[in-house]
Design a protein around this ligand. Structure first.
Ligand SMILES: NC(=O)c1ccc[n+]([C@@H]2O[C@H](COP(=O)([O-])OP(=O)(O)OC[C@H]3O[C@@H](n4cnc5c(N)ncnc54)[C@H](O)[C@@H]3O)[C@@H](O)[C@H]2O)c1
Length: 358
């Protein structure tokens, strides 16, 4: 059965394909009978024992480490994987990050296929080839690029996803589409509406977000210029994650961060920079996360500010933020590292918190 949607991504290590559609995962497993599988342990029953070729990982941030990668490499060796074998990774972003590193390092590189199981991974992280590992107390401090040979996106996995993760994934799809330009954002809103009415439209929504992301990763694979725009909302989002001890999830943090960034843009540039459709949609998504107002009110503002200032995207010339501008434009801006900027950032967070609770 052909996939409902296909996409090709060009990367420096070759082209890879993305197949989106129902039953694509089942087809993948029956076509790759001798592959080794590295999977989120929650799918153990669904996968069976894979004739002794299955490696399970607990999808916990504390396992996104070099020692987990080393453990997986050793286990693959014990299971008898050779240089010509294929690896299939099944899970969300944590399994993806570990599997990317394992596939890159094992015997100097295995061909691998990724089957994402969260909405965030399906509409965003599954393409781009990045892996990130946590080191010491630092999230995503180490990483590399090693794209899969194939990505298989089967919405079948979404049935068990909690509301917060579903809404968080949509926040990333919203952000990618907005960054791609006004027309892509309009198409996203249409496809979101269709998906809300009929879950059968999920594939079209995922395809739209991935096609929009493809433009960025092809033009700037290694994150030096255009791809940096996809950090829209992330400086605020990461700071919120840190200031709530990760009680605000990544995707929801990005949704809130998008609103904060829009508020900063209007404080700095005036109402011309306002993006009411984006803000309304982001608020609609973010409010789907249970007790989000309560969690936002518990933000430790000092920790938020410290995390905001230590974002790795800032440089010596000032604080680097991705901000929207007139007519749905978006740009990387440099704001002075001074108390006035911090007051603006704090005011943006306070106003966003009020808007979420309104
Ligand atoms: N490499 C990249 O390009 C990239 C990009 C964005 C994020 N990330 C990383 O991804 C991680 C977040 O990934 P994520 O949000 O996809 O999820 P995850 O892998 O962190 O999983 C979150 C939880 O969802 C569960 N889960 C996974 N699939 C499920 C399903 N279908 N039904 C029910 N529960 C399911 C997991 O078991 C886990 O408990 C972070 O560590 C982040 O840094 C990586």
């Amino acid at each position: 059965m052909p996939a409902a949607f296909d996409l090709t991504v060009r990367s420096s290590s070759g082209e890879y394909h993305v197949r989106i559609g129902e039953r694509t995962f089942e087809e993948l497993l029956s076509a790759a009978r001798s592959a080794f599988v590295i999977a989120d342990e929650r799918f153990a029953t669904r996968l069976g024992d894979m004739d002794g070729r299955l490696l399970l990982i607990s999808a916990d941030e504390k396992n996104k480490t070099h020692s987990e990668v080393e453990h997986a490499i050793e286990s693959l060796r014990d299971l008898g994987a050779g240089r010509g074998d294929e690896l299939i990774a099944v899970g969300g972003g944590i399994v993806q990050d570990v599997a990317t590193a394992v596939a890159q390092l094992y015997m100097r590189g295995l061909r691998w296929t990724y089957a994402p199981t969260t909405l965030l991974a399906m509409c965003d992280s599954c393409i781009g080839g990045k892996s990130s590992l946590n080191v010491g107390g630092y999230k995503n401090l180490a990483g590399s690029f090693h794209p899969p040979a194939l990505v298989v996106v089967d919405p079948v996995f979404l049935g068990t996803l909690p509301d917060e993760d579903r809404a968080g994934g949509l926040c990333e799809a919203m952000k990618i589409s907005f960054c791609r330009g006004p027309e892509a954002f309009e198409r996203y809103l249409e496809r979101y509406g269709a998906y809300e009415r009929d879950p059968g439209e999920t594939g079209a929504l995922l395809h739209h977000a991935l096609a929009a992301k493809t433009w960025f990763i092809e033009i700037d694979e290694f994150d030096q210029a255009e791809r940096r725009l996809l950090n829209f909302g992330h400086t605020f989002g990461h700071a919120l994650e840190a200031a709530t001890d990760f009680a605000v999830s990544h995707g929801i943090g990005v949704g809130i961060g998008v609103v904060c960034a829009e508020r900063v843009a209007t404080f700095v540039d005036g109402e011309n920079a306002a993006q009411p459709r984006l803000v309304d949609h982001a608020l609609e998504l973010v409010r789907q996360a249970p007790r989000i107002s309560e969690r936002l009110s518990a933000v430790d503002h000092d920790r938020f500010e410290r995390a905001f200032l230590s974002d790795k995207k800032h440089r010596d010339d000032g604080l680097h933020l991705i901000l929207p501008g007139p007519e749905g434009s978006i740009a990387e801006r440099v704001l002075a590292r001074e108390p006035g900027t911090l007051r603006t950032v704090r005011a943006a967070l306070e106003e966003t918190t009020r808007m979420v609770g309104a």
